[in-house]
Design a protein around this ligand. Sequence first.
Ligand SMILES: [Zn+2]
Length: 344
Amino acid sequence: MVDLTDAPELPGGILRFTLPMFPPLGHVHVWLIPTGNGWAMFDAGFPTPQGVDKLETEIEPLLTDGRRLEAVFISHYHPDHTAFAGRLQRAFGCDVYVHEADWERMRRMQQMRESDDGSGDAFRRRFSSGWTEALDDHEFEGEQSQEAGDGMFSKMRDALKDIDLPMPEPSLLSGGETIDIGGREFEAIWTPGHTEGHLCVRDLDQNALFTGDHLLGRITPHIGMWPDQRRSPLPDFEQSLGLVQELNASIALPAHEAVIEHPAERAGEILEHHQIRRQDMLNAVADGNHTVRDIAIRTFPKRAKDRMQLTMAMSETAAHLEALVEEGELVRSGEGVGRQYSSL
Ligand SMILES: [Zn+2]
């Protein structure tokens, strides 16, 4: 379990609410920032029953007590950051800001929700990201059936299934905008990588940076690629980390885990982490591993035991391998799930 007893003194009256969610993350934060006469919110939670309860008993009462919710910023389209945006907009008529690329994704997620026949197949296909096809002949340890490995898909589907989650009418951003909300200014910063339209938002009043999943304190965000995707998101992600270093914010407020007291330093650590991963993968290839699956197993041995974990590891492996191809360190032959990588 993650230690969230850090109970930080947050600058500028900023409030943090932690909503429970299923493992491995276990929770997600929603941030409220006081503006002139109202509030701005960063990220819009995930609707587990306890999450809904927290929204109704702790967050919404604040938003009806004289100060109204004026704006919701969404860091990216993943459901643990977006769930309550439409509901809050209906209740308060607030603006909902989201990057245009991730708005497209949110719409597709919604279509998938609507077209789900109850089996969860649509979710499973979407989240297993196609790499699972390469695992048909892979032996998982013990009871690792397809079903067991799909635990997270079913939990996510169940959480989203029975609950009314209206979609917001968004105000689309592309990054670089300064938005005045009740006299407090916010800067939208496009930080592609974890998703194509990921946004960080800087509270210019406090030089505090809301980082969503872009910058996390202990874990590194998932940077992955689907088999049918053309370009690795890793170089974009690294460039976005460079941006965070340049901003030199006084504090980073991420969507998961503890606040980050030294954001620029943390960005540097994550940059280094991906250099080490590159080297691990170059070594794996030099040792005779050529498929995404084999290189992933070699690089992330602990994650090879679980279907879902291995699928995610393969998606991350592909992002590094494609970056290495782009950088002239490896060559790829073939496409899609069956592609192979070799040293020069
Ligand atoms: Zn995410």
